[in-house]
Design a protein. Structure first.
Length: 131
């Protein structure tokens, strides 16, 4: 089949093709992004402010958790020290614990107090700054 320009069907096809115009969609820009994507991008231009807000929230939550951890440690240590003091005070009258039991009690108490406080203080004052 030859493509002859004098052929009326061919001329009609060329004429109809000339009438076709490219679709202009309002939802697509020249670079291919949709308006919806551009809107999301434009709404997201406040990324730095959102990041700062999230950092502030994390810093505030960390501060609350550290405060609760410190209060918990102080409470546990205080209660344990009061318990040990009561045992030592009533030992001669009612309990009559041997010297080795008292040494073990004081040793474990001291180790627990130092360990708990080390863990708490290491977390609170870890040297890493919040970024």
């Amino acid at each position: 089949m030859s493509t002859n320009k004098s052929n009326p069907a061919f001329s009609k096809l060329i004429e109809s093709l000339g009438k076709i115009k490219p679709e202009t969609s309002p939802s697509v820009t020249s670079d291919g992004k949709s308006n919806e994507e551009e809107k999301i991008f434009e709404d997201g231009d406040d990324y730095e402010a959102d990041t700062q807000k999230e950092r502030f929230k994390r810093y505030r939550n960390n501060t609350k958790l550290r405060t609760r951890l410190a209060k918990w440690a102080v409470t546990v240590v205080s209660v344990w020290l009061i318990f040990v003091a009561m045992v030592l005070l009533i030992n001669n009258r009612e309990l009559c614990l041997s010297d080795s039991v008292l040494i073990a009690l004081l040793t474990t108490t001291t180790a627990n107090i130092l360990g708990i406080m080390y863990i708490v203080l290491k977390d609170i004052f870890n040297g890493n700054s919040e970024k």
